[in-house]
Design a protein. Structure first.
Length: 169
């Protein structure tokens, strides 16, 4: 059996089960131009121009070292028309995003193109709530920017509903 007909059959089976675009030739990586969002000159130099669209970026450092400010500066750039006028979804697990954070970033549209997701006085969001919402957003708005601040503060529903024990963080 020729290799190409086997691969074509396999591609059809996989596409039927998992959807279009999950099984492709690697040449598509080379043939498809990257959408790059510049961030800051020093980081762009190390990153080859900026953050490629579709990337996951983890910012890690000690508290109060500017991770949120750095992330918001990327959001302001991504919201520009030349970079796709992207909507920002900010999942605020710590509930610490302040007016000063938003107003200090030049060019950040924190009105129509910035959605703040957080617990409210009526509902404490669990890790499962945040992650399920973010999954829905990724599927419905694939060109958006999603900030999760911070992953370390995600609290599973089990921990919220059970008594404090030695295994509670």
């Amino acid at each position: 059996m020729p290799e190409t007909s086997y691969l074509e059959r396999l591609r059809k089976e996989i596409t039927k089960e998992w959807g279009e675009g999950v099984f492709e030739s690697a040449s598509k990586i080379i043939d498809t131009p990257k959408e790059i969002i510049p961030w800051t000159p020093n980081l762009d130099l190390g990153l080859g121009g900026g953050i490629p669209s579709g990337s996951t970026v983890l910012l890690a450092s000690k508290p109060k070292h500017g991770k949120t400010t750095l992330a918001l500066s990327l959001c302001a750039t991504a919201q520009q028309e030349k970079y796709g006028s992207r909507i920002v979804f900010f999942a605020d697990t710590e509930h610490r995003l302040k007016a000063m954070n938003l107003q200090s970033i030049h060019g950040l549209d924190y009105t129509d193109k910035f959605i703040h997701i957080h617990s409210s006085k009526n509902r404490i969001l669990t890790a499962e709530d945040f992650l399920n919402m973010l999954e829905k957003i990724i599927k419905s708005h694939p060109k958006s920017v999603i900030i999760l601040d911070s992953a370390s503060m995600l609290c599973p529903e089990k921990e919220l509903n059970e008594a404090i024990t030695g295994s509670t963080r």
